[in-house]
Ligand binder design. Sequence first.
Ligand SMILES: [Zn+2]
Length: 297
Amino acid sequence: MSAAGYVGRFAPSPTGPLHAGSLVAALASWLDARAHGGRWLLRIEDVDSPRCVPGADRLIIEQLAACGLQADEAPLWQSARGAAYQQALDRLIAAGWAYPCGCTRRDIELALRSRGTPKPRGAELVYPGTCREGLHGRTARAVRMRTSLGAPAEEAEIEWHDRRLGTQRQRLCDAVGDFVLKRADGLWAYQLAVVVDDATQGITHVVRGEDLADNTPRQILLQRALGLRTPSYLHTPLVLGADGEKLSKQNGATALDLRDPLAAVQEAARVLGLAVDANDLGGFLAGAVNAWRRTLA
Ligand SMILES: [Zn+2]
């Protein structure tokens, strides 16, 4: 693989300090960039502002630095990127990909019920397409992305390759439905922000936790609709909490102990299956880059 053009990133949401699980994703993306001789960038995904904790962004940057993970450019804050997201949204609307939706959650539940079995997707509902052909006299609330643009059914499936998980497929119209790009509360949806920012930052390789793999087909659809390059994807193993769910603040994740960054980095490397023998942080990271490089074939 050509190293010259490699640009990777770590993109945490500042909903709290880094914990053991998020450090695994950070370390993996850093190692992959360093092993390719590439650049590693940082993006603060604070687009869902009600969930963000003031000061968590600065704390995360400090934690990464304490672990020896230094970004090659100043971080990008999504909260400063509204104009770029609006421009992308305008293009999607003009091209017929995006449309206003006037439905409340209750409207969506009723529409799904009238068609038979509602298909829950976690807390999300697969949107039934009510506003695809117009608002039916209601006021626009959100803006949605069309998951098939009159395409034949067999072309509505997104197929993509993950370096660890292999070939993946998702029929967006069935699995997700027309998804939100701009929320009823005026906030930008994660999917649009990620795609626009990956393009702006010139990201060639996305390395992130496996919990985000399910977002990839939506992001690829947006890349195609906006004429943007699809990066290479690698989704890393998750650290599980005592309840078997992804480690999070809700199931016992504690902030990394900055008094012993080497121990934190060693534990993250262990999750990634890297065996490195070194007793100082710099030596350990250098050894981890070599160990990671050996896994690239
Ligand atoms: Zn609607």
